[in-house]
Design a binder for this molecule. Structure first.
Ligand code: SIN
Length: 489
């Protein structure tokens, strides 16, 4: 596998604890597979509680010097780390396409996106300002100071093997915290290569520890939740798992950031530029083969333009090229897991048997890879499974609507609220709808909701806590009060 890389040292089959590349104490290992063809890519340490303990202890002993390192110095290291990621973008993207399946061009885009978090946070490292508060007592002066919260655990998902690592750990490290990161078992190779570049950039030992696990994922997660050394846990994943982790964190009363499931409404009003709306929809639906928490899930189209949009969408779907992410022109890679393929097929079948029309695709593609033919469904209604649950696959499900009022009610009729999208040329409507949608992010005539500077996070059962921008760093700080008695003035 290493021979596919320009810089072969980026292929790493060990975990990182206290600046050392290590195996699991038990010497157990797990395999990582290519979702495009089922081939084994690597074997990684299957870590357990004792490895987590070593990692959190390493993070704890690195804390005192890192939190007192000037923000400017921390920022310089983080900026160098971002630069190294960009310089090694081709290799990082190769690792990502191999383990996650996303098309190579998209994987390269994710590296730029991921490095963008480090670039932004590198500046924020210098700006962890406190405040001077006017006191109600004239003999006192009151200061609100910001300090790093301490050791942070980051549990990252498989759908963005690079960006979710830098979005979490980059912010924590910029704030002066030290980290233990657990990448997803399906996609640890990108994370390990990024950690290696972090070391090259000058991160001292113990600041960024990476523990790997697949079969023992739950044990490792629970150990991090229950470890009293860890003061904050940041998780991206499903709502049920988020709730479980919250319960496990209760005994140590950790601060939490929970970026949980979405079910994004995508609303197209009849006054939109229809071609532009379809292009935006494609970007919000097909990104990472439909496997993002903010992919358009419930596509609401005003009745007067419904059939036109459906027809335009089918034409776009016909032009999608499905295949191995390294093949020229491929726009939809394999889904990362077989589970994802089964779920997509279940959603399509349930919709059809409940009265939906399948206009395009919808088949599982036979073979060793996890390929699913992108699908377009119309005549959907809110009783169907896909209205309640995220599809997490390249399946576009269209629901007709009549009025602005109706569509806002339908869009908000969800337990979760992460992403949302509105296409309309009417300026007043843009604000009206954006302000009423119950979602953490609203894209108006755009399919892009995230970036280094953007606050990303959910409402309702999509969780809490923000990632990105100054808010992302703020999550890893505690505000403390210093009250100083002064002589009478
Ligand atoms: C996610 O799917 O969790 C993140 C998506 C994004 O940042 O755009």
């Amino acid at each position: 596998m290493a021979n596919r890389l320009i810089n072969k040292t980026l292929f790493i089959e060990k975990a990182l604890i206290d600046g050392q590349w290590v195996t699991a104490q038990s010497q157990e290992r797990f395999d990582v597979f290519n979702p495009s063809n089922g081939e084994k890519l690597a074997t990684l340490p299957e870590m357990d509680i004792e490895d987590v303990t070593l990692a959190t202890k390493a993070a704890a002993s690195a804390l005192s010097s890192w939190k007192t390192t000037p923000g400017k110095t921390r920022g310089q290291i983080i900026r160098k780390w971002a630069n190294l990621m960009n310089e090694n973008g081709a290799d990082l993207a190769t690792l990502m396409t191999l383990e996650n399946g996303k098309p190579y061009a998209e994987a390269k885009g994710e590296i730029t996106f991921a490095a963008g978090y480090l670039e932004f946070y590198s500046g924020e490292a210098e700006r962890c300002y406190g405040e001077i508060v006017p006191s109600s007592n004239s003999s006192n002066r009151v200061f609100a100071i910001k300090q790093p919260i301490g050791v942070v655990a980051c549990l990252a998902p498989w759908n963005f093997p690079a960006a979710m690592i830098t979005r979490k750990a980059g912010a924590a490290i910029a704030a002066g915290c030290t980290t233990v990161v657990k990448p997803a078992g399906e996609t640890p190779l990108t994370a390990l290569a990024i950690a290696f570049l972090g070391e090259q950039a000058g991160l001292p030992k113990g600041i960024l520890n990476i523990v790997t696990a697949m079969r023992k994922l739950e044990t490792v997660g629970k150990a991090l939740c229950e470890d009293k050394i860890v003061k904050k846990l940041s998780f991206t994943g499903s709502t049920p798992v988020g709730k479980l982790l919250m319960a496990q964190c209760a005994s140590s009363l950790k601060k939490l950031s929970m970026e949980l499931g979405g079910n994004s409404p995508f609303i197209i009003f009849e006054d939109s530029d229809l071609d532009q709306a379809v292009d935006i929809l494609m970007s919000a639906k097909i990104r990472n083969s439909g496997q993002t928490c903010v992919c358009a899930n419930r596509i609401y189209v005003q009745r007067s333009i419904h059939d036109i949009i459906a027809a335009k969408l089918v034409e776009k779907f016909k032009n999608l090229k499905i295949g191995d992410g390294f093949l020229e022109g491929v726009t939809v890679g394999p889904l990362t897991s077989k589970r994802g393929v089964q779920k997509a097929a279940r959603h399509v079948q349930e919709a059809i048997s409940s009265g939906a029309k399948l206009l395009h695709g919808g088949n599982v593609i036979p073979g060793h890879g996890n390929f699913f033919e992108p699908a377009v469904l119309t005549s959907m209604n809110p009783t169907m499974l896909s209205h309640r649950e995220e599809i997490f696959a390249p399946v576009a499900a269209l629901y007709p609507f009549d009025t602005e009022e109706d569509v806002i009610e339908m869009a908000n009729n969800s337990e979760v609220g992460l992403g949302s999208y509105v296409c309309t040329k009417d300026g007043a409507r843009q604000w009206r709808v954006a302000e009423q949608l119950e979602a953490g992010m609203v894209g108006i005539n755009t399919g892009v909701l995230s970036g280094g500077e953007i606050p990303f996070g959910g409402l309702k059962q999509s969780g809490f806590g923000l990632e990105g921008g100054k808010w992302g760093v703020e999550e890893y700080l505690v505000t403390r009060a210093v009250i100083m008695a002064v002589p009478d003035v």
